[in-house]
Design a protein around this ligand. Structure first.
Ligand code: ATP
Ligand code: ZN
Length: 285
């Protein structure tokens, strides 16, 4: 049987989360001895462990059929691959940063400046669009030290919290783009591999749908049920089941983490009792 070959980062910020996503999709991967490739135990899938920078090229060439990596790398490498799905982890932004004592005005500040980055393509496209001339110094890594050693006036790099910038005497001047991990695909998958990709995607979506949501069960007197139902969005509408106790019902619904506490407080005010909140593992819509 044909297998689908997926490339994930060998070791780095996305490695564990990529493996975890496969696990959540019910795909068992053992990589105890850190091999370059391994077969999934219960899904026709081969996993290739690679440097993230190399994944777009391998997927374009079909060495791997699909891959998981940061959008930032996909844009920078600019290969002939399709972005299939955003995965909701590895979130970061790419920002321009300058020495912290500099006075930042606006983007024209960068006119004529030397900027160090590992993302020359994204950066030069950005400034070309703005009609601003800059000199780009391409570096493989440790970009944040470039201003300190006099190699550049500014840097363009990944920022997640800003503490690395601060440690290097820099401040964020401008956030240029946001990125997260994505699933990419080769453009000429065989029909059999396309089916496998669809299966994987179905599972990924079910997992993602459940993320950030809770299942809520509560009891309330029948008179207040209409008020309570208004507070609960649910997938369609909440389920309402009569309780053995005359005049009482049980209400079941799904709510998102974002408005969780607010909704719970409202529910209590409207007479909900015995509120039970349960994590959701998967949700198929
Ligand atoms: P490799 O050895 O595979 O080339 P790397 O050093 O290029 O690894 P990592 O630092 O592991 O890459 O980051 C991988 C991806 O994680 C980044 O391309 C980005 O999409 C994402 N990411 C999320 N937050 C951060 C962060 N704070 N710093 C760096 N990358 C981040
Ligand atoms: Zn890399």
């Amino acid at each position: 049987m044909e297998k689908i070959k997926i490339a994930i980062q060998k070791s780095g910020r996305l490695s564990e989360k990529s493996l975890n996503l496969l696990t959540e999709c019910g795909i068992k991967v053992s990589n105890g001895d850190r091999k370059l490739r391994t077969d999934a135990r219960n899904f026709p899938m081969e996993i290739l462990f690679l440097r993230d920078d190399d994944i777009p090229q391998y997927v374009e060439q079909g060495v791997a059929d699909i891959g998981i990596l940061g959008e930032n790398e996909v844009w920078e490498k600019d290969k002939e691959v399709d972005i299939i799905e955003k995965l909701g982890f590895g979130n970061c932004r790419l920002s321009l940063a300058i020495p912290k004592d500099e006075q930042y005005t606006n983007i024209n500040y960068f006119q004529g400046k030397r900027i160090a980055t590992s993302y020359p393509k994204i950066l030069s496209n950005y400034f070309k669009n703005k009609g601003i001339n800059v000199k780009i110094e391409e570096l493989g890594g440790s970009v944040e030290i470039a201003t300190g050693i006099g190699l550049a006036d500014a840097i363009f790099d990944i920022v997640s919290t800003g503490s690395t910038l601060l440690m290097n005497g820099l401040k964020e001047a401008e956030a240029i783009i946001r990125s997260e991990a994505v699933l990419i695909s080769n453009r000429n998958l065989s029909p059999a591999k396309t089916v496998l990709l669809e299966q994987l995607l179905f599972r990924i979506k079910a997992y993602k749908n459940g993320q950030g949501k809770k299942y809520v069960l509560l009891n309330a007197r029948n008179e207040v049920i209409p008020e309570i139902v208004k507070l609960l969005p649910g997938m369609r509408s909440p389920s309402i089941l009569p309780l053995a106790d005359e005049g009482w019902s049980s209400v079941h619904s799904v709510i998102s983490d974002d408005d969780f506490w607010e909704i719970i407080d409202e529910l209590k005010r409207h007479g909900a009792e015995g509120i039970l909140v349960v994590p959701i593992e998967k949700m198929i819509q």
